[in-house]
Design a protein around this ligand. Structure first.
Ligand SMILES: Cc1cc2nc3c(=O)[nH]c(=O)nc-3n(C[C@H](O)[C@H](O)[C@H](O)COP(=O)(O)OP(=O)(O)OC[C@H]3O[C@@H](n4cnc5c(N)ncnc54)[C@H](O)[C@@H]3O)c2cc1C
Ligand code: SF4
Ligand code: SF4
Length: 440
């Protein structure tokens, strides 16, 4: 295995031995126009300007990068055709990706340490218990940290369970594909973010696997570990004691501390002026929030608070859901509010520098969001469309030459209802087909 010096998958670090890059940070580590992770690190040499450090380039599959990397060329449509046998239909599939079934569900007995109810790690553990797979790629916490990811090739159900909970940082999970090959593993499950799944699908045929189950988690606005610690410093009264946090459907960030106390910060109260620059340019150029190439996506944002949101995308995803179903409580999917009402204002703000409105305005906005804003599936539609708009704007303003290669066609189809507002606000057409000003 070619293991780069600065990254060793599944190698235990003592807290004291953490790489300097992982210990604290005085400010956002990256500019928006730069490569995102450990940018002085030699292992980034030869990568494209946009890189989410998915791990493929740390493996012997690096020569496939130009063909597989979503930031070199987004192949969502051709991969969807191969995996699902068809393209997205109009309506919710434009935003959520191809799916057969959609559910609100949760584990009857959530395992300890789970991010939500633990459906993802329980499913990975079950696949090992039943012998369906020989190993599961998952992201555990690097010893000595709560949130620094350490990709792990789990060979036991307990090892998967031990990886429960989000490590909300870029994680080079696909580097473990070398270990998969070296161990002669033929039946594999992978728990992964959307970009990782794109690369994995693109190299699937070369892996020589008899079976591959892909459990996707929705993903947006990921960060590097130093920038995560910086972010928590900005939003919490006690960043060192946070044991769990999540961006919730009630438009606020919920944080839980070691002593069990809870802290909540409305999205509108985020110090956006101090957060500019923490999100990697790759994540701001990412167009697959719902992880649309997985067999099954398990998140939360289309379900009501307390429930998980499940998209079963194909036959394999159905089998995965059925494996978990005896342990699940099923809920109702709901939808409320109207996302279209806030969109003109959102588009108008895309070009504005980040700012925090005065407190009375923030209070009113927080109340309106919570009581009148989109809920349930409408919340998921709203937030996905907002990220598509924001990221399209980012690509156009920072990486205009890449647009035709890295923005998939479904983005323009999803956003078509806002085409007039977009043109009037931005002074250019939404769709590149008729764009006059597109930087070629
Ligand atoms: C950066 C990030 C942003 C997310 N944003 C959203 C969102 O906006 N909306 C939404 O619905 N869901 C989002 N999710 C997914 C969601 O927070 C939960 O992870 C998911 O619902 C599974 O919950 P669970 O209780 O079933 O997971 P658990 O059983 O606790 O398992 C969590 C799994 O996540 C994997 N994991 C953790 N961190 C990483 C990482 N950095 N890279 C790859 N895999 C990782 C672990 O391997 C583990 O298997 C996000 C996840 C991440 C990592
Ligand atoms: S995102 Fe993955 S495939 Fe693309 S350059 Fe980075 S490591 Fe390589
Ligand atoms: S936001 Fe997109 S590019 Fe960034 S880690 Fe998540 S899936 Fe990958």
């Amino acid at each position: 295995m070619s293991t780069p010096a600065s990254f060793t998958p599944s190698t235990a670090f003592d807290g004291d031995d953490l790489p300097a890059e992982l210990i604290g940070s005085d400010g956002p580590g990256k500019g928006l126009r730069h490569t995102t992770l450990l940018s002085k690190d030699a292992r980034l040499a030869g990568r494209p300007k946009l890189c989410s450090d998915c791990g493929l380039c740390d493996s012997q599959l690096k020569p496939e990068m130009a063909r597989a990397c979503v930031f070199v060329r987004n192949r969502t449509e051709e991969l969807e055709q191969r995996v699902f046998g068809r393209q997205r239909r109009d309506g919710d599939e434009l935003r959520f990706g191809v799916f057969e079934q959609m559910h609100a569900a949760r584990m009857r007995t959530p395992p300890p340490g789970a991010q939500w109810s633990g459906m993802v790690t329980t499913l990975g553990a079950r696949l090992l218990e039943t012998g369906a797979v020989e190993a599961v790629i998952t992201a555990a916490a690097m010893p000595g940290t709560r949130f620094a990811p350490q990709p792990v090739l789990a060979r036991t159900p307990q090892a998967v369970r031990d990886s429960a909970g989000n490590k909300p940082c870029l994680s080079p999970n696909l580097a473990l594909l070398d270990q998969v090959r070296e161990a002669g593993i033929k039946r594999l499950a992978v728990i992964a973010t959307s970009c990782q799944v794109h690369m994995l699908r693109a190299v699937e045929a070369q892996l020589g696997l008899e079976r591959l189950d892909i459990i996707g988690i929705p993903c947006s606005d990921n960060v590097t570990y130093p920038d995560l610690t910086y972010f928590l410093d900005q939003v919490s009264r006690s960043p060192q004691t946070i044991v769990h946090y999540e961006f919730m459907q009630d438009y606020s960030l919920h944080m839980r501390h070691e002593d069990g106390s809870k802290e909540r910060l409305n999205f509108i109260d985020f110090p956006m002026d101090r957060l500019e620059g923490i999100f990697p340019s790759a994540c701001l150029s990412c167009f697959d929030y719902p992880n649309s190439l997985a067999d099954i996506t398990i998140g939360y944002m289309g379900a009501e608070l307390g429930w998980q949101w499940v998209l079963v995308r194909n036959q394999r995803g159905r089998a995965l859901f059925e494996l978990l179903q005896p342990e699940l409580e099923m809920g109702q999917l709901t939808s409320g509010g109207d996302r279209n009402r806030g969109m003109p204002r959102y588009i108008g703000m895309l070009d504005q520098p980040p700012a925090k409105p005065p407190k009375p305005v923030r209070r009113l906005v927080a109340w309106l969001q919570r009581h009148r804003g989109p809920r349930g599936l409408e919340f998921a539609r709203a937030i996905i469309e907002m990220k598509l708009l924001r990221n399209l704007h980012h690509v156009r303003s920072q990486f205009g030459r890449f647009e035709r290669r890295i923005v998939p066609a479904h983005v323009y189809r999803s956003l078509a209802p806002y085409a007039d507002i977009y043109r009037d606000t931005m002074g250019r057409p939404l769709s590149p087909a008729s764009a006059e000003t597109l930087d070629q």
